[in-house]
Design a binder for this molecule. Sequence first.
Ligand SMILES: [Zn+2]
Length: 309
Amino acid sequence: MLTGSTGFAQTTLAAALMPVLLLACSATETRAQAASRPDRRTARPATSAPDLTAELTELKGTWLKAVGRGHAAAIRSPFLVIIDRDEDAARQWLTETVFGSTRRFQKQYMDAQPDKPMVVLLFSGQKNYRRFCIDVLHDTDPPYYGFFRPTDRVLVMDINTGGGTLVHELTHAMIAFDFPNIPAWFNEGMGSLYEQCSYQGDRIVGLPNWRLPALQKAIEANKLGSLEDLTSTDFRGANMGMNYAQARYLCHYMQDKGMLEKYYRAFRDHAADDPTGLKTLKEAFAPKTLADVDMEWRKWVLTLRFPPR
Ligand SMILES: [Zn+2]
């Protein structure tokens, strides 16, 4: 879920469908198969990450005052985490999930460095989460699990639902620095991919998740639109839930083929000429046609299992 720039009231269907998920971590290293096409990304100047600790310290004071007593904070540039528990809990979420996922994401995908602070506000359960949204943000209808507000890079979460939603929103927060004009289908495909993930050495890897069974049913009933149409569809329209699933498992497929990182960079670097990413998608799979890839992708989706057997 990604909030728009106009306020907090958001479409909540996708978040409402999201079950409790825990971020799974494993220590097993797997190496993605190298993509066969040459890297055609344009060179970007290397940048170093600025230390935002002073700015984060100031934000910490402001937000702790806003949330009131009984909250603790932890800082590690570019993140401030505030939680309605103790400092150990704040530090643990910051280190393991926030920093653990984003440092891997950054290494895999990003050229740009986050140069502005991100604030992660975690609440233990719906009561505290909703009270904060209503009293502090004046939002009476927040998405069920949490959201990312891009205007000031604030992420708000009911963390009792697990780390999956947090990693989804963190993916949006990171992409906003590196690929700000990313279209919804690819932004939500990437965010959804990491709702269920593992750390494999220095890599973050998406795993099958709760969005799979409905997608498999739609494929079996021949009711799913084409991959080509996905890139130009009204993503948050009538078929929003299925669009999320299709985009997620297209990203998952490219990940497992060792193509996702290269596609992300090629799409990002050519988005001015190819804003939907369709042309770059076709090039990524060439000489296969996208229609042939679509058939292979459907067969591959039907081989996946969730929950795992
Ligand atoms: Zn999202």
